[in-house]
Every structure is written in structure tokens, then in C-alpha cells.
Design a protein around this ligand. Structure first.
Ligand code: GTP
Ligand code: MG
Length: 452
């Protein structure tokens, strides 16, 4: 018997990769809009989510996808800006995304944020495919607008196609150096043990039918069981961003991965201090194929079922944290839900010691990733928190006994102006970067130089 499509949720697909490798452009192509053109310098400022219904996928994929073969409702894409760590996208015990697309510029190959993404995919065990993007920039390329990759290959000169092949094998080699057996996707039989590489162009749309086909196939084949949820049950999600919104105050951009959230629901949200208990005042959702971070006029909706990106307006959200859980209480005992959120936050709590460095990060997930990297580098942590660098952090850092620990490591955070003054007057050194291992490396270099 065939499952009812409405009992299966939409798989969540994270799109990640190095800055400028074409994540947003690829989604634009799929959406048929051009979000990136409205962006300052084509840099994505925020995380957004885009739902692409099965009908749209099958119309793009043409003969490659027959909607009758699928009972998943579509795909929910989450765009992650290059400067932002994919690690925000967490959920209890792992990754929020069911599956990921790692976008790699076919000319540039692996870059620092590609490596970082690979590490996190490995750690969380998230299945992924590689979109080898910008194939249209291959010298002598003869573009075949929107065509599947095989059609496109046939139209190329030997020179252009072997040039592309060289680049593709370079990427396959880099994947294998990172511990993943990989091949061009049409040669992959078992997508669980091997990473498929899909050549694409976000500009000409070549290979995009293939990419969508592979993603649908992967989800349908390996993840259908995971997608069977109680859509009517109390909702669960992860905060992507805490944001001021005109007329609504502080709001949360959330990806719901389970159940339903309704207007008026009591919710529990992970915060800087105790979990926040509040009531949903409004649920704002972008229209299908629209983009949560650029769509100004949201639809106000009564309820939202997983999986979906939604903006939640509610009182008392100022202390909510990106990366933290959101839970609907509904007919459960509120205290149990609060305890549940607390225990989930405790899972992420970083081991701190009497002596060490101060760590600040923009989200819970990135704090966790930073802490992991520091443990690996055998750097002790005195305090680790989400948020911008504040005067208190400078005060705490200056209490470290050893000079090499009188340090603040900031990942993707700002320095509050009064903290900047205090920094200048103290011996505390600040390191910041938006690539975790760069930050750790800079700090290690500093320690080595001191020891000389
Ligand atoms: P961040 O969000 O800043 O990390 O970048 P991104 O990965 O989203 O890259 P984006 O889509 O903004 O693309 C970066 C630049 O590459 C833009 O100028 C795009 O027009 C260009 N670009 C993206 N994909 C392609 C492609 O397939 N072919 C060509 N020729 N250019 C592309
Ligand atoms: Mg982008």
C-alpha cells in the first residue's frame, strides 16, 4: 500500500559550501527568481528556507522525475551564507538537515569553508551530494540551457568536455582525500556508501535537473522512514536566527522539522539563561517559492506543519539563541517540555575549566563546533558563550593565570563598543574570524610565537 503523501514530511536539504561558490545562485535557478541580484554584493546576509514542491521539481527535471514515482511532497532548501557555519543547523543529537548539497566551484575545488563543511557532514553523518558548479565557465563551453548533463555533454567539443572531466576528477580526488569514496553520480550505484558528484551550472541551469533528481531519489530511497512523522503532533524546530521585525518586535526564524505549530500555542525556546516560555502571537510564512529573508510581506498563517521555515512572533524572545530548540507544549506538561529543552541545551554545553581561553560564537552550533576544534587542539576553555564580545568577557579573560590564555576567540561575532575600549586598556588579546580552523590556527601561531 502506498503511504498518504500528507503523512510524509518534506526532507530538509541544506545547501552549503565555500563563499561565492554559487549556493544562492543555484537556489535562484531552482526558484526561477533572482534573489542574489537584490543582495548587496551578492553576499547572502541571512539564512533562509525555500520550499520547492514536487510539481516544480518535476517540471524542472522533465523526463528525469515522474511525480507518480514519489510520495514525498517536495524539498525544503536551506541556504547557508558562506560566512556562516552550517553547524547552526542542528537538531537533537545531530544535524537539522536530512541531506545536504555541498556546492564546489569546479575551477576552485576545495576551499577552507568546503573543508569545514565536510568535517561537519562527517561528524553528523549527514548524507550529501556534491554540486560541481560553474561548469559553464569551462573554456570553449557550449551552453545547453536547462538541459540534463548528458545532453549537455553531447553538445561539447572533446576539448571542453575533457577539460571539465579533469576538474571533476580533481574534486573526486579531494573528496577521497577527505575520506569519502566518490564518483560522478551516474556511476554511483550505492548512494549510502558513495558520494555522487553532479556537474551543474547555476547560470545556464545545466545539470540542475540531475541534481534535483538525485536529491529526490536519495530522499525517497533512504529517508522515507524518517519522513513519516505525526504531522498533527506538537511542533519541534530549530532557531536559525533571532531578528528584529518591524511591527513584531523580536522574532525567530525557525525551521520546523516535526509536528505542527499554531497561533496561540505555548512554546518553549532555548535562551541565554533559562528556557523561555511564551505564546505564539503570529506565524509568518513566505509564499511557496519565496524566500524568507527577502520576502517583506509574509503571509500570516494559523498553523505550519513540518518541514517548513517560519517566522515566529511572540513576547520575550530577546534572549533566544540561534541554534536553540523550539518546542510546542500543546497538551503536554509544560515542565516536562522545559526539562526537555534544558537537557537538549545541556548536550551542547561546553566543558569548561578553571584556566583557559574565552570563546564567543554567534550560534549554539558554532559554539559547539568551536569547542570541538579547541579540544582537539588541546586548548583549555575558561568560558564559552553565544553572543557578541562584551566588557564582561574582557574581565573574565583577564583573570586567566597564564598570559597565553588571556585571550578571547570570537567566531562570527561583533565587539560591543564599550568592550573595545576595555580591550584596549587590558592585556587581553582578541582573535576573530569566520572560519573556525583559521581562528584556531591563528591562536596556535600566537602561542608558538610567544614561546620562542
Ligand atoms: P555566499 O552566500 O556569499 O557564500 O555565496 P554563494 O555561494 O551563495 O554564491 P552566489 O550564488 O552569490 O554566487 C557568487 C558569484 O558566482 C555570483 O557572481 C554568481 O553570479 C556567480 N555564479 C554562481 N554560479 C555560477 C555558475 O554556475 N556559473 C557562472 N558563470 N557564475 C556563477
Ligand atoms: Mg549565498
Amino acid at each position: 500500500t502506498r503511504d498518504r503523501p500528507d503523512a510524509l514530511r518534506t526532507p530538509i536539504v541544506a545547501v552549503l559550501g565555500h563563499v561565492d561558490h554559487g549556493k544562492t545562485s543555484l537556489l535562484d535557478k531552482i526558484r526561477g527568481s533572482a534573489v542574489s541580484e537584490g543582495e548587496a554584493g551578492a553576499i547572502t546576509q541571512h539564512i533562509g528556507a525555500t520550499a520547492v514542491p514536487l510539481d516544480t521539481i518535476s517540471s524542472i527535471a522533465g523526463s528525469l522525475v515522474d511525480p507518480d514515482d514519489f510520495d514525498l511532497p517536495g524539498l525544503l532548501f536551506i541556504d547557508t551564507p558562506g560566512h556562516h557555519s552550517f553547524s547552526t543547523l542542528r537538531s537533537r543529537g545531530g544535524a537539522l538537515a536530512d541531506i545536504a548539497v555541498l556546492v564546489v566551484d569546479v575551477n576552485d575545488g576545495f576551499q577552507p569553508q568546503t573543508e569545514e563543511a565536510i568535517d561537519i557532514l562527517k561528524r553528523t553523518g549527514t548524507p550529501f551530494v556534491v554540486a560541481a558548479n560553474k561548469i559553464d565557465t569551462t573554456p570553449g563551453w557550449n551552453p545547453q540551457e536547462g538541459e540534463p548533463i548528458q545532453v549537455s555533454y553531447e553538445a561539447q567539443s572533446d576539448r571542453a568536455s575533457s577539460r571539465l572531466d579533469e576538474n571533476l576528477y580533481e574534486i573526486i580526488g579531494q573528496l577521497s582525500d577527505s575520506g569519502f569514496s566518490a564518483d560522478l553520480y551516474w556511476r554511483v550505484q550505492d548512494f549510502q556508501g558513495n558520494v555522487g558528484v553532479v556537474p551543474v551550472s547555476a547560470v545556464t541551469g545545466e545539470g540542475v535537473p540531475d541534481l534535483l533528481t538525485v536529491l529526490m531519489g536519495l530522499s525517497q530511497r533512504y529517508m522515507k522512514d524518517q519522513m513519516a512523522i505525526d504531522v498533527e503532533g506538537p511542533g519541534a524546530g530549530t532557531v536559525l536566527e533571532v531578528k528584529e521585525e518591524k511591527g513584531f518586535g523580536t522574532t525567530l526564524d525557525v525551521v520546523m522539522y516535526d509536528g505542527t505549530i499554531r497561533e496561540g500555542d505555548e512554546i518553549v525556546v532555548g535562551g541565554m539563561g533559562d528556557p523561555i516560555v511564551t505564546e505564539v502571537r503570529a506565524l509568518l510564512q513566505p509564499k511557496p517559492l519565496a524566500e524568507i529573508r527577502t520576502e517583506k510581506r509574509f503571509d500570516r498563517v494559523d498553523s505550519v506543519a513540518a518541514a517548513a521555515g517560519v517566522k515566529i512572533a511572540a513576547p520575550d524572545l530577546d534572549d533566544a539563541m540561534a541554534g536553540a530548540p523550539v518546542r510546542v507544549v500543546r497538551d503536554r506538561d509544560r515542565e516536562l517540555v522545559v526539562a526537555d529543552v534544558e537537557s537538549e541545551l545541556a548536550e551542547i554545553e561546553v566543558e569548561t575549566e578553571e584556566e583557559g581561553v574565552v570563546v564567543k560564537a554567534d550560534t549554539l552550533g558554532s559554539l559547539e563546533a568551536m569547542a570541538n576544534a579547541l579540544v582537539e587542539a588541546e586548548v583549555p576553555i575558561l568560558r564559552a558563550e553565544v553572543g557578541d564580545v562584551a566588557p564582561r568577557d574582557v574581565a573574565v579573560a583577564s583573570t586567566a593565570a597564564e598570559a597565553e590564555h588571556q585571550v578571547i576567540l570570537g567566531f562570527n561575532v561583533d565587539v560591543l563598543s564599550n568592550a573595545a575600549d576595555e580591550l584596549e586598556e587590558s592585556d587581553v588579546r582578541l582573535f576573530h574570524d569566520d572560519v573556525i580552523y583559521q581562528l584556531v590556527e591563528d591562536y596556535e601561531t600566537f602561542v608558538e610565537e610567544r614561546q620562542r
